[in-house]
Design a protein around this ligand. Sequence first.
Ligand code: SF4
Ligand code: MG
Length: 322
Amino acid sequence: LENVLEVENLKVHFRTPEVIVRAVNGISFTLKKQETLALVGESGCGKSVTAQAIMGLLKSPPAIISGEIKFRSKPITETMLISSIRGKNITMVFQEPMSSFDPLYTIGYQIAEVVEKHLGIKKKDSKELIISMLRRVHIPDAERRYNEYPHQMSGGMLQRIMIALALITNPEILIADEPTTALDVTIQAQVLKLMNELKQEMKMSTIFITHDLGIVAEIADRVIVMYAGRVVEQGSVYDIFESPLHPYTKGLLESKIKSAIRGRELPYIPGFVPSSTQIPEGCPFHPRCKYAMDICRKQEPGTFELGSHVVSCHLYAEENRA
Ligand code: SF4
Ligand code: MG
């Protein structure tokens, strides 16, 4: 399948008066047509910043961005290009639906603005299109809802409306940043089911950002595990769940099982996520890794490929493999 998006050696640092925050440190990946790629990691690992860089949402300065992002094989690093693609060919849904809508305008009006801007259809002519999209995301009473305001919707309904807004331009790529994290478990399941349905119907590619491995198992085809602004492991959802390679991924999976037993929501691996102003030398995971060797404290691991499964850890270097 063809690549719709290629990210090559992307780095995003933020310069503040005191420090440089190294949020994303040279990540590369591709997104194929109609694939759902999950970006997984604890908060602060750089997954949201990666999405924002792809969407052209970062201001520079303070952001210092390098590397290349290609949409349909064309670099979109230039501002001109990204402003025409963003919101139309590549769209995004966020964790907090309330923040994506203006409380002063009706739902219908706000979607109509997007339709007018990106599809060139005048507001008076887009009502039917919008109502049919609202129906598609299972909004009951869509005609009535069209004329209502964001505060008249429940959180789950507003999240589905945000998905409608993101899909109305028929984008090639949808980026979803923790879209269900703010919702309760039942509503979360409904939104995930909806996203799986729409992925089939609309034939788009999705980047799904989450810290929740349960969600990954339900929605993803392929998985990228991030740590300290790096990709530490990439593979199919089967690779990652059946034969995780990186000690961090193994830790996430173990803690997922333990937290399910304890009834805790968040996975937990002993130690702290490094602050992106003070990333440890060598392998950034070494202070938390039970397999750490001398070399891990000194040298950052390279990338090792085992078929389609890719890992960045010294354990998989030729000389360390059994
Ligand atoms: Fe652990 Fe070393 Fe692998 Fe890092 S490189 S994950 S410290 S074994
Ligand atoms: Mg985030």
